[in-house]
Design a binder for this molecule. Structure first.
Ligand SMILES: *Cc1c(COP(=O)(O)O)cnc(C)c1O
Length: 367
């Protein structure tokens, strides 16, 4: 038997809850989406979340509502999935990469300022593996230059920064509920927005630009509405929300257990030769979608674990290497170093204490 790196968590009540929606034959966006959004606020501290059909839709909607368009620039970390930069390109804007901290995989605030031009509109902070970026430093730069802050929190539902929930801090925060993320709706996402006026926009634009709550059905049988701005078909459906609601049961307990597993990993692996843990600070709590660190002799490490039935894997090289984004950048020294040594090992809801002890044991034997 192999110990996988990811595991899709599906709550035991999910089948029943999704089946109930199928029985009603009302599958699209309805009261379960509302209930899901209310629970995201209540349980995870997200502010005004609008549920969407993917994390990529959330990021794209943030771009649209932030007014990012042709000629604009958005500064982001290359240590992410391509979706983060694609949504910028989709708007005809340019992703501008700032270097990362080798120690965390997150954007390095001290490398942002020199990348700012008169075209820069926003900074996108990607919380690598679910470990929060240096948000105070990022916000200070954003304030100084009048930029928006958009968080790609695809890995970070439940994470906190200085006691505040991720999803309550920046102009826009985008979450993913894709199949292998911590909290899945199959595919799905959410956008949180602090400005109450823009919150209304997120709800309108996720459904073609139609204000669903304020467009009554006429006697003729159609909704009465007027489209005043481009909208999208980005809403979540009720059958997916039913899966999300089931998976929210016990989410905070599951997150606490994930954190406990990480604490054990970090204690056990702290002094292993050839292995360097990522750095952590006491003022924030990661959501740990991933557990990563740096290793020497990486291929030997992967092969050695594989031979013992454990999956270890790199997760995304710096996305700057893609030709669409201009090809590998020589001025991202930490990203280049990170590409060579990052590795991630199993962390998920199905990982038992015994399995963790076994993984630790195998690593301690050397590679
Ligand atoms: C998963 C992910 C996304 C995209 O989310 P989808 O729900 O798959 O569209 C965006 N950014 C990062 C960092 C991700 O890991």
């Amino acid at each position: 038997m192999q110990i996988p790196i990811f595991h899709t968590y599906i709550h035991p009540t999910a089948k029943q809850r999704v089946a109930e929606v199928l029985d009603t034959t009302f599958l699209s966006e309805g009261k379960l989406v509302k209930e899901f959004e209310a629970r995201l606020s209540r349980d995870l501290g997200m502010v005004h979340p609008a549920a969407l059909n993917s994390g990529t839709s959330a990021l794209h909607l943030a771009m649209v509502i932030a007014g990012i368009g042709p000629g604009d620039e958005v500064i982001l970390s290359p240590q992410t999935f391509v979706a983060s930069a694609l949504v910028i390109s989709q708007q005809g804007a340019t992703p501008v990469f700032a270097d990362i901290q080798y120690e965390t995989g997150n954007i390095d605030p001290s490398d942002i300022e020199s990348r700012i031009t008169e075209r820069t509109k926003a900074i996108m902070a990607v919380h690598w593996g679910g470990y929060p970026c240096d948000l105070d430093e990022i916000h200070a730069i954003a304030r100084k230059y009048g930029l928006l802050v958009i968080e790609d929190a695809a890995h970070a539902p439940g994470a906190t920064y200085k006691g505040r929930a991720i999803g309550s801090i920046s102009d826009f925060t985008c979450f993913s509920f894709q199949a292998i993320k911590h909290l899945t709706t199959g595919d799905g996402g959410a956008i949180c927005c602090l400005d109450p006026v823009l919150v209304q926009e997120t709800f309108k634009r996720r459904w073609f630009g139609i204000d669903r709550a304020n467009s009554p059905m006429s006697e003729l049988g159609e909704r009465e509405y007027d489209i005043s701005a481009v909208g999208f078909k980005y809403h979540l459906s009720d059958y997916a929300a039913a899966l999300g609601l089931a998976n929210l049961e016990g989410f905070n307990e599951r997150l606490a257990r994930r954190r406990a597993l990480v604490r054990r990993y970090r204690e056990e692996l702290a002094n292993v030769p050839g292995l360097t843990l990522f750095e952590e600070k006491g003022d924030r709590e990661g959501a740990y979608w991933l557990f990563g660190f740096h290793v020497e002799q990486r291929l030997a490490f992967i092969r050695s674990l594989k031979a013992k039935g454990i999956v270890a894997s790199i997760i995304h090289d710096g996305i700057d290497h893609n030709s669409l984004f201009g090809g590998t950048r020589a001025d991202l020294a930490n990203q280049l170093r990170f590409n060579k040594t990052q590795i991630h090992i199993p962390i998920h809801d199905a990982l038992t204490n015994e399995q963790l002890a076994y993984v630790v044991d195998v690593i301690k034997q050397g590679w």
